[in-house]
Design a binder for this molecule. Structure first.
Ligand code: HPA
Ligand code: ZN
Length: 325
């Protein structure tokens, strides 16, 4: 119980959270009704039965299907505000939030509709809870590279409203090198760059993301522990890993949290952080991720190190970092 309060009180950042992954089944059904979208499941009970995932793809199938219920700027604002209420409860001070513009554009929405709704939510949340934040537009790697390029063009006019770009969705078979040109252009626009790598894919995908995409953080990166040279490289270059324990367990990347190499990462001087990924799908928001680690043998001191790493790995300026400490 003492640890529970300490976890809530630690000043936390969240650097790996997909806003669409905070869409709770209740809200998805409500939005489907509000927007006249027909889903294959009409009751909460039927929908809830779909959450036993066996791998990343089985999750993505449901995640993309429920995303089709998001239609208006108000939907995105409501989604963001629901997340920020959880974030506030969990003691999050700063959040860098992914979204998948390509999927919404393919669903027939305007990019500006999505941006305007999410930004309005962030702005209300900042006033209400004092949580700072920003948006990172993810490229969906199992869609064609031409579609990624088109998406980047759509982002250009809203460049000032974005922190950066990322790379997500099905990993194996879609190596980072496919997106070298897209990421090079994004960096020219002054955007921060991050990429999912080493979740289901091998350590060599992490190396590609560093060499070809020149990313500043690796999302997940759990497989980095397979490669000692890569571990040294991450430590000496201060490249952060945004790990997501409950996600890894629910998607069967590991069967038990004790298999995660987070102790090794800390001991190796790697800036590893703890995040919730898609909390509405994986059984808990950020504090629940920390508590699951405590239950799996991690100390409060290690949890505090994850929090400090999160502050240092964030894209907020040094002055604001000092305030968070
Ligand atoms: N991995 C890849 N794509 C995703 C994830 C993830 O954990 N969450 C949402 N899209
Ligand atoms: Zn993710």
């Amino acid at each position: 119980a003492l640890e529970h309060q300490a976890i809530l009180d630690l000043p936390k950042t969240e650097l790996h959270i997909h806003i669409e992954g905070t869409l709770e089944p209740e809200l998805a059904l409500e939005l489907a009704a509000r927007n006249g979208i027909t889903l294959p499941w009409s009751t909460l009970e039927e929908l809830r039965a779909q959450y036993d995932f066996v791998n990343l793809q089985s999750f993505l199938d449901l995640y993309y299907q429920l995303m089709s219920t998001l239609r208006t700027a108000q939907d995105f604002r409501d989604l963001m505000l629901a997340y920020l209420e959880h974030a506030h409860h969990d003691g999050i001070r700063h959040a860098e939030i992914f979204f998948d513009p390509q999927v919404h554009i393919n669903n027939g929405l305007e990019f500006d509709t999505v941006m305007d709704g999410l930004l309005e939510g962030l702005s209300i949340g900042r006033e209400r809870y004092g949580i700072t934040g920003g948006l990172i537009a993810c490229i969906v790697r199992d869609l064609p590279v031409t579609s990624a390029m088109d998406t980047l063009k759509a982002l250009e006019s809203r460049r000032e409203d974005l922190l950066g770009i990322g790379l997500d969705s099905a990993e194996v078979g879609y190596p980072p090198s496919l997106f070298t040109e897209v990421f090079s252009r994004a960096r020219e626009l002054g955007l921060h760059v991050v990429a999912h790598a080493g979740e289901e894919g091998p350590a060599s995908y992490v190396i590609e993301a560093l060499d070809q995409l020149q990313v500043e953080r690796i999302d997940h990166g759990i497989r980095c522990s397979d490669d000692q040279d890569l571990m040294h490289r991450l430590a000496s270059s201060d490249i952060a890993l945004t790990s997501c324990p409950l996600s890894n367990r629910r998607l069967q990347v590991v069967q038990d949290l004790r298999e995660l190499p987070l102790h090794q990462f800390l001991e190796g001087g790697i800036r590893v952080t703890v995040n919730s990924d898609d909390p509405a799908y994986f059984g808990g928001y950020l504090a629940a991720n920390y508590e699951a680690l405590i239950d799996s043998g991690y100390s409060l001191r290690e949890c505090a190190a994850f929090c400090r790493n999160g502050i240092e790995a964030s894209f907020i300026g040094n002055r604001r970092q000092a305030v968070l400490f």
